[in-house]
Design a protein around this ligand. Structure first.
Ligand SMILES: [Zn+2]
Length: 298
């Protein structure tokens, strides 16, 4: 069984944490897929750390260009012209790495409209990992959109040549924000449930998301960069329910302990190995396309 460990990088991260996470995984013998917004390719702080990723045995996938709500709206329901940032992002990738990206993940796992899917196909992407099957919209950043409620749980062909590898999910994604909200014991129970599912149904690939800061035990505690108020309990069209960010574990040592637990649980799967998402491109027996008739405009 292949297990895909993915690490989403964001502008708010400390640039050096990208290098620390990449080194940590390299030393642990894990090749991960780093999803990076391409605006960071030219950022003086991030650039050196991001350029090192392939040499450390990691894949660099696309996480959009600016990773903002303009891009999220365009991905969900934009026309082809509003998706120019995908072409720009693709060109920047080629300039930075001398090759083309294989894997894509939308910012905040937002659903992809038909124009976005077609643009990804035109650009030659072969793997998409934007889906979070059966995620509850109310806890997502786009609470009024369809957050892949009816998406398939296994590998499927999103469009000809484009393989959907969903981020493992059941109401909540198997991802850093969920783990840090549930804390170690509940997070590991949740993860074991998804791993059981993957053993039971061979088309399910465990695909787990972490953040670079999750690998850094000696960082300073960082308070949320927003304030808790009444409005934090009203779902925003762009951003969802903000009180959720105040529920997350912030102590770096406890965050790191959760990360260790997650990696151990994944490593403990009999017959499993860590792999990058690009390894799945074109390799799997894929279920027929069944999602194309669904209207994602929500
Ligand atoms: Zn992101």
């Amino acid at each position: 069984m292949l297990i895909a460990l993915t690490v989403d990088v964001h502008e708010e991260d400390r640039p050096t944490d990208v290098g620390r996470a990449a080194d940590w995984l390299h030393e642990a013998g894990i090749g991960a897929t780093f999803f990076v917004p391409s605006a960071l390719f030219t950022h003086p702080g991030f650039r050196p750390h991001i350029r090192r990723l392939p040499a450390l045995g990691h894949e660099v996938g696309s996480h959009g260009h600016g990773h903002d709500f303009t891009e999220i709206r365009a991905l969900m329901r934009g026309a082809a012209a509003e998706l120019d940032f995908l072409r720009r992002s693709h060109a920047l990738y080629a300039e930075t790495f001398g090759g083309a990206p294989v894997s894509f993940r939308s910012p905040a796992w937002c659903p992809l409209g038909q124009a976005a899917i077609q643009t990804l196909v035109d650009l030659g992407y072969r793997v998409d990992s934007s889906a979070t099957p059966q995620r509850l919209p109310i806890f997502s950043s786009t609470p009024y959109a369809n957050t892949w409620l009816f998406a398939r749980r296994g590998l499927s062909e999103l469009a000809p040549g484009l393989l959907e590898v969903p981020t493992s999910c059941l109401l909540l994604p198997a991802a850093s924000p969920t783990f840090l909200t549930l804390r170690r014991r509940a997070a590991l129970a949740f993860l074991r449930l998804l791993l059981w599912e993957a053993r039971r149904w061979p088309d399910r690939v465990p695909c787990v998301q972490l953040h670079v800061g999750d690998f850094v035990p000696d960082a300073a505690v960082q308070p949320p960069d927003e304030r808790l108020g009444l409005s934090s309990f009203v779902p925003r069209r762009d951003g969802g329910l903000r009180f959720k960010v105040f529920l997350r574990e912030r102590d770096p040592r406890r965050v790191y302990a959760i990360t260790l637990g997650v990696i151990e649980a994944l490593r403990g799967q009999p017959g499993s190995r860590f792999g990058m998402l690009r390894e799945l491109a074109g390799s799997a027996e894929i279920a027929p396309v069944q999602r194309r008739g669904i209207d994602f405009r929500g």
